[in-house]
Design a protein around this ligand. Structure first.
Ligand code: ADP
Ligand code: MG
Length: 589
């Protein structure tokens, strides 16, 4: 990890026992305990909602599962709370897996609605089960203890809760800065790019849903033994909304935002509950009104939350380049020069009555640059998407290195060694160029969520960074390693996408209009990059509008018009073809 960040973390960790030793009134310690518990739930929401883009109003329900599991088991079976913690985590993981499997394929507003339904369902279930004490809940839980020492209240509980919270925050920070973390951060940009890098976006959605639920479950376990009672109202929809509210106020995209948001809302809540009725003269839940107004103002003026102000003052320090000695990542065997790499046989795509691609066939040999050209609407992008598996074919066959890949998904095809870029650049703007490019090496690594959280992934991480740097330097982007990807101009952005695709160690590279939006100089640079890649044995399929570039770099051209193959041949043959001229000039022969 980065040095300054380490120091900040150590100071924070030291602040916990120091705070516990200060002569603070018990009331304040109790406040801090609640803040810690709420922040733990919010931490999960940062990962799920802030980073992953999945909005959940149902986190309180997972807090409830953790709390009720330990309450019931300790009261009825006399089990130790240290055991029931793990039973609760298990039950939470199973419910999150089931709920996640059903809901996470939903898009748009359906997911938040589904989490509301789930929160409500659990609330009424808890409230109606006799064994769980219905709406009165369960009473008389034991405080947490180690041997004969009671650590479930006051200062010792504060140290326990905040130690867990800080450990969770560090684990999350570690995770976000890793192979699975980059995959998780790509979820918000839509699934197409991530899938094209060989990432199962659904798997990661379920994974972060489960992680967030586990954070909530631990908070529930702590809460149950701290309050020594559980009842459904603490785990209902209102609390579900409040957790989301706290996280958004603090800054849903920031790990430290979770703590700031939970702390602030807890303080304000208590203050306003006393101050407002005194001010107004009658009792009532006026704080809810104030919160409502504050939320609207915050969303308008500070949509990224309070921590975004802090984060903007302290730019993320550059990654130290410590991977010079790292080993290279494994590579796949490459086809020999001249072998057929891609064989497209009569592929067809119909959109209702429109035949966008009409029985197109062509081949690409290893070391060849093939251009796919044609007027607007000719079906080039659709052909591209049929080859890469983004769209399903109506009929026809695609063979890649001799294997039929017609029925494979874009993720499976990418794993076979076909890498692509996008007509409209798809990247993670708040990650550095280096990290964006490292996303391409995803399938060449293996480190998972747990090892990344524990930072046992460093050796492989260095190998990935080394590869990303190598690919960036290969295409002349060596100076941009630590630049925020979102700050790049169009030209470097497109080059970055090519470097990312190269990081997949592909046998075939597919580029969708790489020269679009590039200046003349940049186009010349791109042509040079393509020729250099070819000289290194790369096969390339190029969809491109810029005729100068196409004629300059391609060995073979496939010309489409109205979905059909007009002709194919060398650039010289194509330039001499009257049919092609007619198609481009819009005149009949
Ligand atoms: P190009 O990339 O050569 O400009 P496209 O492959 O994007 O052409 O489109 C070919 C034809 O297919 C166009 O007429 C377009 O309107 C149509 N088309 C493309 N995608 C779809 C879709 N998802 N649904 C319906 N029609 C589509
Ligand atoms: Mg197109």
């Amino acid at each position: 990890m980065l040095k300054k960040q380490n120091i900040a973390l150590l100071l924070l960790a030291a602040a916990v026992p120091v705070t516990a030793l200060l002569p603070l009134p018990d009331f304040w310690i109790a406040q801090l305990n609640y803040m810690g518990l709420y922040a733990l739930v919010c931490l999960g929401l940062v990962l799920l909602t802030g980073v992953g883009g999945l909005t959940s109003f149902g986190q309180a329900a997972f807090v409830g599962i953790g709390a009720y599991t330990t309450a019931w088991l300790t009261l009825n079976l006399g089990m130790s709370p240290w055991l029931t913690l793990f039973v609760g985590l298990g039950l939470t993981a199973i419910s999150a897996l089931v709920v996640g499997f059903i809901t996470l394929r939903m898009s748009g507003h359906y997911l938040p609605l589904a989490t509301i339904a789930w929160g409500l369902a659990l609330y009424y279930l808890l409230g109606n089960l006799d064994a769980l004490g219905k709406y009165d809940g369960l009473l008389g839980l034991k405080s947490l203890s180690i041997g004969s020492i009671d650590i479930g209240q006051g200062r010792l509980f504060f140290v326990l809760t905040w130690a867990i919270l800080l450990a969770g925050a560090v684990a999350l920070l570690n995770l976000l800065d890793s192979r699975p973390g980059r995959a998780i951060r790509s979820l918000k940009t839509g699934s197409q790019m991530a899938e094209a890098m060989g990432i199962s976006t659904f798997r990661y959605k379920v994974t972060i849903f489960i992680i967030a639920a586990l954070f909530a479950s631990v908070a529930g376990w702590l809460m149950a033994h701290f309050q020594r009672t559980v009842n459904p109202s603490a785990f209902g929809l209102k609390m579900g909304i409040e957790y989301l509210f706290m996280t958004v106020v603090g800054g849903v995209g920031y790990v430290w935002g979770a703590i700031v948001g939970a702390g602030l809302i807890k303080l304000l809540d208590d203050y306003l509950q006393v101050a407002l009725p005194a001010l107004i003269g009658t009792s009532g839940s006026y704080e809810v009104i104030v919160f409502g107004i504050a939320m609207v103002l915050l969303l308008k003026y500070l949509p990224d939350g309070l921590w975004s102000v802090v984060a903007s003052k302290f730019p993320r320090p550059q990654r130290t380049v410590d991977w010079h000695d790292a080993a290279d990542l494994p590579t796949r065997s490459k086809p020999t020069m001249g072998d057929v790499v891609l064989h497209v046989d009569k592929i067809r795509k119909q959109f209702g009555g429109l035949t966008a691609v009409n029985d197109i066939s062509f081949e690409i040999a290893a070391g060849q640059i093939v251009g796919l050209i044609g007027p607007n609407g000719a079906g080039k992008s659709t052909t591209f998407n049929l080859v890469t598996g983004v769209l399903s074919k109506t009929s026809g066959q695609v063979k890649f290195r001799g294997e039929d890949i017609s029925a494979l998904s874009s993720r499976e095809i990418s794993r076979q060694g076909m890498a692509r870029t996008f007509q409209h650049v798809k990247m993670i703007p708040d990650m550095t160029v280096l990290e964006n490019v490292a996303l391409g090496a995803y399938t060449r690594g293996s480190q998972g969520v747990l090892s990344s959280m524990l930072r046992l992934n460093q050796a492989q991480e260095q190998r990935m960074m080394k590869e990303a740097q190598r690919q960036l330097e290969r295409i002349g982007m060596g100076e941009y390693l630590h630049e925020q990807a979102g700050n790049l101009a169009m030209g470097p952005q497109r080059l970055m996408e090519i470097a990312r695709a190269l990081c997949c160690d592909p046998a075939l590279l597919l580029l969708d209009e790489p020269a679009a939006g590039l200046r003349h100089k940049e186009k010349q640079g791109l042509a040079q990059v393509l020729r250099q890649l070819q000289s290194e044995g790369m096969s390339i399929l190029l969809v491109e509008h810029d005729m100068d570039l196409v004629m300059d770099v391609c060995d073979h051209l496939v010309v489409m018009e109205f979905g059909t193959l007009l002709t194919q041949g060398t650039p010289a043959e194509i330039q001499a073809s009257p049919a092609v001229r007619a198609a481009y000039l819009g005149t009949e022969h």
